[in-house]
Design a protein around this ligand. Structure first.
Ligand code: ADP
Length: 334
């Protein structure tokens, strides 16, 4: 239930459908992926063919699901959405594949979390548009070949490197999604504000963008909380001041750090002089589990250049001292 969590929560899922760009032109940023994908789709359309399989890699909330829907829309095709964890048996996958219609887009989120037998079935389906359905058990089991209509698989993963090479190689196109620049997030926020009927000043959008961790999903979530604040505490207009006040109430600071992030950084600086300190010690100092510090707080702190993981332990960077307004030991003016 962190406001700066990149994975979708229930409320996100309920409102995101309304905020999704519908075509490539509306999709903000990711210039390279957009341009390459545009070529892939135009070429397929010109040939009257089904588009090549597409692999999208990148952190949660960067627009992979949205892009898969855009691919379907641009191809004038229906889309089926599922995920790796939902496909535990090869039979689950066979059921989905055998019900696809010609040209349909199959979006497989978290494709790296599919079971091994399902993965192997997918190889053949992607390459030959065919699966072997196993009927019966034991020595009497028989494989019945089943022809599939041509379809486009859009796979999504947090890291393309997590995929076994035989699977990776079967994609005709791989797009790497990057974190968004503040100005791009500002455009995302403006667009969402318009769709949600929120009156937004440019500086208000910039203020939210700076706190959104490079992630459109977080930007849209912060926008909703700022909108609430603007309605209750002011006249509904989101100015820079209102946005900053609102996000201070929700404890998301100017760089997008929340209470947990600041607690970890604060302990590292104030209790351990900036480190190096071991992960377990740091976790005890903030009263959190090791895993929480390592997997929830640290990745963003590392990405922001505030914390470094070294062989001797966690170390704060000069930027960390500056961000918390503290002076590193030995550099005091008195
Ligand atoms: P992912 O599948 O990578 O987790 P989603 O496609 O679900 O991310 O996107 C999360 C939210 O962010 C959606 O509401 C979507 O509208 C918005 N979003 C993502 N990328 C963009 C973009 N490039 N332009 C505008 N909105 C975006």
């Amino acid at each position: 239930d962190r406001l700066v969590e990149a994975a979708a929560d229930g409320e996100d899922r309920a409102v995101e459908a309304a905020l999704r760009p519908k075509d490539l032109g509306e999709f903000v940023g990711q210039e390279r992926v957009r341009e390459q994908l545009d070529l892939v789709l135009k070429a397929a359309r010109a040939r009257g063919a089904t588009a090549d399989h597409v692999l999208l890699s990148g952190a949660p909330g960067l627009g992979k699901t949205t892009l898969s829907m855009i691919i379907a829309a641009e191809m004038g095709a229906p889309i089926r959405i599922t995920s790796g964890p939902a496909i535990q048996h090869a039979g689950d996958l066979a059921a989905i594949l055998s019900s696809l219609t010609e040209g349909e887009v199959l979006f497989l989120d978290e494709i790296h979390r599919m079971s091994r037998p399902a993965e192997e079935m997918l190889y053949m389906a992607m390459e030959d548009f065919r699966v072997d359905v196993i009927v019966g058990k034991g020595p009497g089991a028989t494989a019945i070949p089943l022809e599939l209509p041509p379809f486009t698989l859009v796979g999504a993963t947090t890291r393309a490197g997590l995929l076994p090479p035989p699977l990776r190689d079967r994609f005709g196109f791989t797009g790497h999604m990057e974190f968004y620049a503040p100005l791009e997030l500002q455009r995302v926020i403006h667009r969402s504000a318009r769709l949600l009927d929120v009156e937004m000043e440019e500086a208000g959008a910039a203020e939210i963008a700076g706190r959104s961790r490079g992630t459109p999903r977080i930007a849209n979530r912060l926008l909703r909380r700022v909108r609430d604040y603007a309605q209750v505490k002011a006249d509904g207009v989101v100015t820079q001041e209102i946005a900053a006040q609102a996000l201070q109430v929700y404890e998301v600071d100017a760089r997008g750090l929340d209470r947990l992030d600041r607690a970890v950084l604060g302990a590292l600086l104030k209790l351990f002089g900036g480190g190096p300190v071991g992960l377990s010690t740091l976790a005890v100092a903030v009263g959190e589990e090791r895993e929480t510090v390592e997997e929830v707080a640290e990745p963003f702190l590392v990405r922001e250049g505030l914390l470094a993981r070294t062989p001797r332990g966690r170390v704060a960077t000069p930027a960390a001292w500056a961000h918390l307004g503290l002076t590193p030991p030995g550099q005091g003016s008195t």
